[in-house]
Design a protein around this ligand. Sequence first.
Ligand code: SER
Length: 636
Amino acid sequence: MTLDEVRAKYLAFFKEQGHAIIPSSSLVPQNDPTTLFTGSGMQPLVPYLLGKNHPAGSRLVDSQKCFRSMDIEEVGDNRHTTFFEMLGNWSLGDYFKQEQLRWFFTFLTDKEKGIGLDPARLYVTAFIGDKANNVPQDTESAELWQKLFSEKGVEANVVEIGSEANGYTVGMQGGRIFYYDAKKNWWSRAGVPENMPAGEPGGPDSEVFYEFTDIEHDPKWGAQCHPNCDCGRFLEIGNSVFMQYIKQEDGSFALLPKQNVDFGGGLERIVAASENSSDIFKTGTLHVLVEHIQKSAAVAYNSSKEATAAYRIIADHVRAASFLIADGVLPSNTDRGYFLRRLLRRSVRYADKLGLPAGYLASLYATVGQQYANHYPELEEDKHEIIATEEAKFRETLARGMKELERFVGQGSLSAQDAYQLVTTYGFPLELVIEEAGERGIKQIDMDGFKELLKQHQDLSRAGSEQKFKGGLADTSEATTRLHTAHHLLLKALQTVLGPHVKQRGSNITQERLRIDFSHGEKMTDEQKAEVERIVNEKIKEDIPMIRSEMAKEEAEKLGAEHEFGAKYPDRVSVYSLGPKEATEDNPMHEQAFSIEFCGGPHVAHTGELAQSGVFKIQKEEAVSAGVRRIRAVLQ
Ligand code: SER
């Protein structure tokens, strides 16, 4: 069955159960500044899961485009992709567990209405319960599953696999229905209950796994195999979330006004199960892309582990990039553009490994379009040039990096910092640095130091869209975090010196400097700049605390919290206030704060930490447009 067929069958199946088919939202979230990408089917529906009435009714079904930036490094195995289509059906306070589990099971196993999977290949999970948060064990789901399997004549024992703490070491135990802890069977956008901010909805879930009997368990992933094991024998093909709870201000959980179902299943994975193919790159459109690449590559898909991974990375990344481009994203160094750039640059590197000709990648845009344009017409417009241009730019950067490398030849060794620069500034993968350096007689590379620097860099990239979920910085390195706090001090200092008409109009922070755009009609005098610097440095010296609080948007507005002109905020917001000295999280003393802003963080705990980077200095003050000025400032 093709992707188109399975997608159409799923939509038709749930339509028959009274669901309205709704279109996929863009990968770029609309009216939601708190997150970079649409990463799950439920994301565009959050307001409705929280209780708002949906215009299409209380039963909805769709196939949603999703992009998960945190999975970039995972791609290369038989099942991970950054872009995927998530089939979703929702009950907004309508049906619940009984209908949901039966319908999905019927869709999976029925030959006529569904895709006719062998029920004996299916394994399911349910939530073991969480005493600390007063959430009971989901015995109802386990019992429903027992009934469904027994109707098909399949034995279904219920077993407990327990918690992450025991390493899930007890294995299959002859079970079909497995109880797992919150790490595996609780769903919210922020993960386990403890990580959820107040106001966030979540709930226990029940997942279905398909077993590929051709894959032998690899003990590298643990002594015993089990449905959630990473060896690839079991593939998760659907997740029914019982979205019942909302996290409260005091950390406890309350029931949502409506008991919802949020179901999500990876379309490609369901197709792979229907074909009993343990490699999703051998099914559907990914297979078409792999075949296309194979025509121009020097090595075949299955010729080696490395080649297979390279094929998978290119197919996934270029497909994701094409969808992002079709939704209006352009390559850049920040936010969404940064992830698009990363996808394309990684693809170039792997294209070289496969011996694909320079400029080849852009041709895949049309292949993606042919596969998807009937369902996603936004891919019809030809935008392959964006990929071609980015590849050309990257190749120039690589060439400059090679020259840079020549500079080190004389020294016979490469410092951690130099290697790191080649990797981050010029986009060299490490093995390329080692290879090229080796060829030039540089045998010694400070690998330990390099790895340390790289780890910091990776922590920072991983922060990506998930951090942004809370409306904060994508880059959470120490240097950037300090400049972020300096940014708050600066805005207040500008208002103090220039007047209350000063409002933030834009901002951009890197590890090296901060930039703020603000409303003000004239050039600042030298005296004004000196006074602003003095205030900021004084506040750094005072070592006042930075306190984060969550509250209703109205409350934050009442407190006069600053927000960026034109930005939209959710009903519950995170607010940062600076000072007074005695303020604590329990007693934030907002009224007496030096500054208070709508903000997702992160920030330092005390302004004194900024002094470790240096003294606050304005480097430049200039006009950006009529009535808007820009300051570039550093801590040095
Ligand atoms: N929200 C759940 C998920 O993304 C189910 O749709 O897995």
